[in-house]
Design a protein around this ligand. Structure first.
Ligand SMILES: [Zn+2]
Length: 286
């Protein structure tokens, strides 16, 4: 078990988990789930102790953890993080790969898109999606992209209350959140940075300045899966594109989420062989 206190040498991910637990108990005084055991977390802990009929000293000790565990807070054994501390943990799943361009176009429907001049697009890689390639729908986004309302990421900074994603990805994302909730892992999503975002992969836009006219998504393999609404980003700062994803136990680490994501058909960007993208989970199997 991990004891926590304001002056203690705390495992950051355990502070996150404790803060998240307090928030689910309705103790909003804790503020954002940020892994820092400061004054707000101490006050939140005291409130929880008072509610539980304990001595309100603000330290997470054995009695406090006992009371929390009666409310389904998971008590981890003290080797938990040490056992997962390798930077190659978890291993890449042997039967899962990043989705191919053919697969995503077949499943999510090919679209036509263009890229505006640099001064007219929000960022370097942004594109504008038009209709489907077979002309059956005039507005691809309107036909296929939905707002999945779900409150499971409610304590993640930047989460708007819904995930804007492809309608075929929505039930898969929802069942992944079900699993993460059952496994008490939702404290690991400390911020949320979107799902459907029409753009090329970072650094892969073909023309810096002038953009381009209409192309078909089935002909372009450098579009991001975010363009199809089948990938989402969480806990960004600690798992930045090109960086080694945060180690399990450290602030913002998402590594504990990966095995169940793989089982649900999502590939983790932290397993890319070249440029790691640890914030990124993409649907690759239905
Ligand atoms: Zn991403």
């Amino acid at each position: 078990m991990f004891k926590l206190s304001r002056s203690g040498s705390n495992v950051p991910a355990e502070v996150q988990r404790w803060q998240y637990f307090l928030r689910t108990q309705g103790i909003s005084q804790v503020g954002p789930v940020d892994s820092q055991f400061g004054g707000n977390t101490e006050v939140g802990t005291k409130i929880f102790q008072i509610q539980s009929g304990l001595n309100a000293h603000g330290r997470v000790d054995e009695a406090t953890l006992d009371a929390a565990s009666a409310l389904e807070f998971r008590i981890l054994n003290s080797n938990y993080y040490a056992d997962r501390s390798s930077l190659s943990w978890p291993n890449e799943s042997t039967n899962l790969r990043s989705p191919s361009n053919a697969w995503r176009n077949r499943l999510f429907v090919c679209f036509e898109f263009l890229q505006k001049r640099r001064g007219q697009r929000p960022d370097e890689e942004s594109i504008v999606i038009k209709g489907s390639c077979d002309d059956s729908v005039a507005d691809w986004e309107d036909a296929f992209i939905v707002n999945l309302r779900d409150d499971r990421l409610q304590f993640a900074v930047g989460y708007p209350g819904y995930i804007r994603c492809h309608r075929k990805a929505a039930p898969k994302i929802q069942s992944l959140l079900d699993v993460w909730e059952q496994e008490s892992l939702l404290h690991l999503a400390i911020n949320y940075a979107g799902c459907f975002v029409p753009r090329y992969m970072r650094g892969k836009a073909p023309h810096r300045l002038r953009g381009h006219r209409r192309k078909k998504s089935k002909d372009v393999s450098t579009l991001s899966n975010h363009s199809f609404g089948s990938a989402f980003d969480i806990s960004t700062t600690w798992n930045w594109l090109g960086d080694t994803p945060a180690q399990c136990g450290q602030k913002g680490s998402v590594r504990e989420l990966v095995e169940s994501a793989n089982a649900a058909g999502f590939y983790w960007g932290g397993h890319y062989s070249s440029r790691k993208d640890g914030m990124h989970f993409e649907l690759t199997k239905l």
